[in-house]
Design a protein around this ligand. Structure first.
Ligand code: ZN
Ligand code: FE
Length: 183
């Protein structure tokens, strides 16, 4: 039975009005600006986490991700360019909050302790989860808007954020295993 499925909620590209299309594009560009700010500030914040970390494994994991993060900044510039927009950052209140929390954790824990590393892992994973959520939404929005090139670029970064998150989980698990072995 044929049912009418065209509602404002599920409007497809063919049925979306130019106004709806513009609103979606504006949302997409706003999200790009937010994550552009976030990535730029992560490039500055990650070295502090590396310096503060104790275990070589954790230092290495964050160092590798710092290199990827520098690439994320450049990729976002390509994404802006691919849709004919100037690369611009707008303060991400959420990321600013997460980075502030990370700094506080560094202040509250002593260098060279296990708890310091666990705090760094926790703060880093909150950051990664924010990025995963943002890139996940943006790549879908890019698809909806027909921004194929931008979608491809965002997908590449999304994969690296997920990888970084799972590597951090592995580092956390190796702590648990070491602690169990030491008993
Ligand atoms: Zn990133
Ligand atoms: Fe990241």
């Amino acid at each position: 039975m044929a049912t009418k499925t065209t509602t404002a909620k599920s409007a497809s590209a063919a049925t979306r009005t130019p106004k709806q299309e513009n609103a979606l594009k504006e949302l997409f560009v706003d999200e790009l600006k937010d994550i552009y700010w976030a990535e730029q500030h992560l490039v500055k914040a990650l070295p502090k986490m590396i310096k503060g970390a104790t275990s070589d494994e954790l230092k290495q994991t964050i160092t590798d991700h710092l290199e990827q993060t520098k690439n994320h900044v450049t990729r976002l510039e390509s994404a802006f360019e691919s849709i004919g927009e100037k690369a611009k950052s707008v303060k991400s209140e959420a990321m600013a909050g997460l980075l502030k929390e990370a700094e506080e954790l560094l202040e509250e824990t002593d260098k060279g302790t296990e708890v310091r590393d666990v705090a760094i892992i926790s703060a880093s994973q909150k950051v990664e989860h924010y990025e995963i959520a943002s890139y996940g939404t943006m790549r879908t929005l890019a698809g909806v808007l027909g921004f194929t090139e931008a979608q491809k670029i965002l997908d590449e970064t999304l994969a690296e954020e997920k990888e970084a998150d799972s590597l951090l989980t592995q580092v956390a698990e190796s702590y648990v295993n070491e602690a169990a072995a030491a008993e």
